[in-house]
Design a binder for this molecule. Structure first.
Ligand SMILES: Nc1ncnc2c1ncn2[C@@H]1O[C@H](COP(=O)(O)OP(=O)(O)O)[C@@H](O)[C@H]1O
Ligand SMILES: [Mg+2]
Length: 210
């Protein structure tokens, strides 16, 4: 079983988008996949419900309950945890103690980056992160590569000790797919493939560290 935590103290940065697309990818890849929703808004659980009748279903588990672990089947191969907004690392301890890797989505604006610094600092304090046992990767989300803001973001992120493991473009495809209980990896069209290419470095990194 491999467990990936998608987390940020900020809301609206793409935690659910990243978590659901990761889950869809692994499910389409034939892995028994569980999506644990630790956010009270329950967006990931709703996504799992929409997907329930389809091929490559993903089992949704309510991660706000203390006993969430008991609901994860022993034979699960991939567990994705959609973290809740507002939580700093010390509030995520029960997750951080158990996961194999952490993915932190970040939006390309100075305000967003500045707001995320305390969260990343708090992650760095966690003993497993400090000892290099738990890898943290940054995902720049809603990128518009042609804009100064996106370029500036890349420069800022490069200065940090965590690797930038993917840049996901800003596209309505994510908004649309989320509402359908789908992910990019449920499709094979040429257009979707170019979006999937954004995820390739993230999957490569995940294979290497987790
Ligand atoms: N790369 C993207 N391009 C366009 N819209 C996006 C992208 N990533 C996320 N969104 C949209 O932004 C909103 C917030 O994203 P969400 O994944 O729900 O963030 P969080 O879970 O961190 O609160 C959602 O409406 C989502 O569809
Ligand atoms: Mg969310």
């Amino acid at each position: 079983m491999r467990t990936i935590l998608v987390a940020s103290s900020k809301g609206g940065v793409g935690k659910t988008t990243v978590a659901t697309n990761l889950a869809a990818h692994y499910a389409v890849d034939g892995k028994r996949t569980v999506l644990v929703d630790a956010d009270r808004q329950g967006s990931s659980l709703h996504w799992c419900q929409k997907r329930a009748g389809m091929d490559h279903a993903v089992l949704g588990v309510d991660g706000t309950r203390r006993d969430w672990r008991n609901k994860v089947p022993d034979d699960a191969q991939r567990v994705i945890i959609d973290g809740r907004a507002g939580a700093m690392a010390d509030e995520l301890t029960s997750f951080l103690d158990a996961v194999d890797v952490v993915v932190v989505p970040i939006l390309p604006s100075t305000i967003d980056i500045e707001a995320t610094v305390p969260f990343l600092d708090s992650l760095a304090q966690h003993p497993r992160v400090r000892k290099g046992k738990l890898h943290v990767g940054l995902v720049a989300n809603r990128m518009k590569p042609w804009t100064n803001a996106s370029q500036y973001t890349l420069d800022l992120l490069k200065a940090w000790p965590y690797p930038l493991v993917a840049q996901l473009r800003d596209t309505q495809a994510y908004v649309l797919l989320a509402g359908l209980g789908k992910g990019l990896y449920d499709y094979r069209s040429e257009q979707v493939r170019s979006h999937q290419a954004d995820w390739a470095p993230l999957f490569k990194w995940l294979k290497r560290v987790a």
